[in-house]
Design a protein around this ligand. Structure first.
Ligand SMILES: [Zn+2]
Length: 154
């Protein structure tokens, strides 16, 4: 059965350049060499930085999101709808939620919250941080799998 809000979350270290590709390869069950990662900056159009995307030839592009805080990087992959993930200091839960929702909507930080807005959940995060996953599908049950800082992809 298709669970629209099914999101697979992967944690790694901040300097890990292949985490996004490994995460997508794991979800789509392909070799990492088959995953092509792209960046597009919504502000300047650069492909050197900005919002990540991933593609596997012959497959529908999965929705991905990435966030870094301190030594931690988190990647979220959803095969059905746009997804946003954010990790930041635990003292700013409202900010983290707005970031994650903004990423799911593809608009950066949310200023006018659309109603009904994306569904979101708080996920397990490293000590001292809080993390939120959002999907651009109102009322979708957000089902997070593979989450947990203790289980980084290797
Ligand atoms: Zn830029």
């Amino acid at each position: 059965m298709t669970v629209v809000g099914r999101v697979e979350v992967f944690w790694g270290l901040a300097d890990d350049p292949t985490l996004l590709r490994r995460a997508v390869a794991t979800v789509l069950e392909v070799a990492i060499e088959e995953v092509h990662e792209h960046r597009l900056c919504p502000r300047c159009g650069s492909s050197e930085h900005g919002r990540p995307s991933a593609r596997v030839t012959g497959r529908p592009a999965p929705h991905v999101s990435l966030s870094r805080h301190g030594e931690h990087t988190v990647v979220a992959v959803c095969q059905h709808v746009a997804v946003g993930v954010d990790v930041d200091v635990a003292s700013e839960p409202a900010w983290v939620r707005r970031e994650a929702v903004g990423k799911a909507l593809g608009v950066g930080i949310v200023e006018d919250v659309r109603e009904p807005g994306p569904a979101w959940v708080t996920i397990a995060a490293p000590p001292g941080t809080t993390a939120v996953v959002a999907v651009d599908q109102p009322d979708a049950p957000v089902v997070v799998t593979r989450e947990g800082p203790a289980t980084p992809v290797r």
